[in-house]
Design a protein around this ligand. Structure first.
Ligand code: NMX
Ligand code: MLT
Length: 473
């Protein structure tokens, strides 16, 4: 019976994804479909020994295979292009963009369960996919949704910790402080103090991660309502899915905003392991710091303007364009404004990327959402105009490796359209979403027994001496 169900699901999924052009990376995912229906933790229990053996074999058979050469440029240039991390939940291709466990964003939109037929994926389904490499059924997603809703209680001292900060403190400061206060309930820390065997590390990590994912929207919504709605908090509604409930707690009950939130949380969740927030979470976790400590550290990285804070910067920048030149600004005027920004030593927020070399598919799917639901929104039209104007200017600048828009170039105008107008808050939404990816990988980090991260650093003297020796050899 179970076998039959798997085969039917497989056939259905194969035919649904069959039309997609690039399927090579999805092969492993499709192969992994043949498994019994169980709850999420049981699925992991089944998968972990297989993956542990796989990693052991990789190490023993191929441990000495070279993956590339490290150049001085890479050491000086933020380790760009240096392969140095194991990250299972997603992989980024510079041309094609992100794949979650082998699935592109359009594939996820096709095969992951949605709240409404043909609608945006439920983030819980994406979480299941990130953790297991399998596409869950609607029933599995509903069960996970309930599990998360039942884990979402936040103790009063977390609110008190946030309230100890001035309400003018940046929302990311308030949010990260709330996450730090959640740490008091860490199961991993307790288990470690009680002498847990390392083969069991992943289990309390799993509990912490699911609790953290369940609780961050509550903390995030508290920060929003505290800052912008006179502290008038809205209790969680357990009957709603993760994305809809977050939207509801923020104070947005419009169905389209709920759909946007599901899409938003899905696409911001993970972007392989090298980005600042994911890498920070993984690095801190490698010291066996529990998931709360690791994720709070990740949030502090996300709060930087070259990373997650760019979504705030984009909307503020767009609003400054409107303020100075009006909504109906011509392309020539817009070009002039872009040059003015560059000439004053600033970046154009929302454009460029450390790895991507094409338009971010996360930008594309948000643009599709806008074309479907808000084609006449004046700020969306301005964002579309920028898409035509900015890349040639950045190309002309001559040093920018990727002149195309990233995820942050689009998110603000969508949120703004549905009434979430407070740009300084936007990175908190990114943070809520990123808990899904960082926590999924943290569970696998502990399950696979990944090592303490400790790369070698060198000084300029060392580089000078090394390079002299190399050139005289
Ligand atoms: N506007 C102006 N200059 C730029 C931009 C941009 N959008 N993108 C890159 N450059 C500059 C960059 O500052 C560097 O200049 P310099 O040599 O004087 O230091 C030069 O071009 C080469 O940089 P790249 O190698 O193309 O980019 P890098 O990998 O160093 O940085 C970003 C990637 C994302 C930090 C960079 O493109 C940027 O600052 N973009 C704007 C901020 C942004 O949108 N960040 C969000 C990224 C996505 N996210 O959510 O994290
Ligand atoms: C991300 O989503 O983390 C950003 O696009 C930055 C990155 O991948 O480096």
């Amino acid at each position: 019976m179970v076998f039959f169900r798997s085969v039917t699901a497989l056939t259905r999924l194969r035919s649904r994804v069959g039309q997609q052009s690039s399927l090579s990376n999805s092969v492993r995912w499709i192969q992994m479909q043949c498994s019994t229906d169980m709850d999420l933790k049981s699925q992991l229990q089944e998968l972990i020994p297989e993956q542990q053996d796989r990693l052991k074999k990789l190490k023993s058979e191929h441990g000495k295979v070279q993956l590339g050469n490290i150049t001085v440029d890479m050491v000086i240039g933020g380790m760009r292009g240096m392969t140095g991390l194991l990250w299972e939940t997603s992989l980024l291709d510079p041309e094609e963009g992100i794949r979650f466990r082998g699935l592109s964003i359009p594939e996820c939109q096709k095969v992951l369960p949605a709240a409404q037929s043909g609608g945006e994926p439920l983030p819980e389904g994406l979480l299941w996919l990130l953790l297991t490499g399998k596409v869950p059924s609607k029933e599995q997603v509903e069960a996970l949704s309930k599990d998360l809703a039942n884990r979402a209680a936040v103790p009063d001292y977390v609110y008190n910790a946030i309230d100890a900060l001035p309400s003018t403190a940046h929302p990311m400061t308030q949010f990260a402080s709330g996450v730090m206060a959640l740490q008091v309930q860490s199961e991993f820390q307790k288990a470690y103090e009680n002498g847990i065997h390392k083969s069991k590390f992943w289990e309390p990590t799993y509990e912490d991660c699911l609790n953290l994912i369940a609780r961050v929207p509550v903390v995030a919504a508290y920060v929003y309502r505290r800052m912008y709605k006179n502290g008038d908090s809205i209790p969680s509604d357990k009957s709603l899915d993760y994305g809809a409930n977050f939207s509801h707690m923020l104070g947005f009950d419009d169905d389209k905003m709920k759909e946007l939130m599901r899409l938003y949380i899905t696409i911001h969740s993970d972007h392989e392991g090298g980005n600042v927030s994911a890498h920070t979470g993984h690095l801190v976790g490698s010291a066996l710091s529990d998931p709360y400590l690791s994720f709070a550290a990740a949030l502090n990285g996300l709060a930087g303007p070259l990373h997650g804070l760019a979504n705030q910067e984009v909307l503020l920048w767009i609003k400054s364009v409107v303020e100075e030149c009006g909504e109906n600004i011509s392309k020539d005027q817009l070009k002039e404004y872009v040059w003015k920004t560059l000439n004053s030593g600033k970046v154009v927020p929302g454009y460029g990327h450390g790895v991507l070399r094409k338009t971010d598919p996360r930008y594309v799917c948000q643009r599709e959402f806008a074309l479907k639901h808000l084609p006449n929104d004046p700020l969306f039209q301005l964002v579309s105009k920028l898409y035509e104007v900015v890349p040639p200017v950045l190309t002309e600048l001559g040093k920018v490796k990727n002149p195309w828009p990233n995820v942050d170039a689009h998110s603000g105008v969508l949120l703004n359209h549905y009434g979430l107008t407070e740009a300084r808050y936007y990175t908190v939404l990114f943070g809520v979403s990123r808990s899904l990816g960082i926590c999924s990988q943290l569970i696998w980090d502990r399950a696979l027994g990944l090592a303490l991260e400790r790369p070698k650093s060198v000084t300029m003297d060392w580089l000078d001496a090394f390079c002299k020796k190399a050139s005289s050899a």
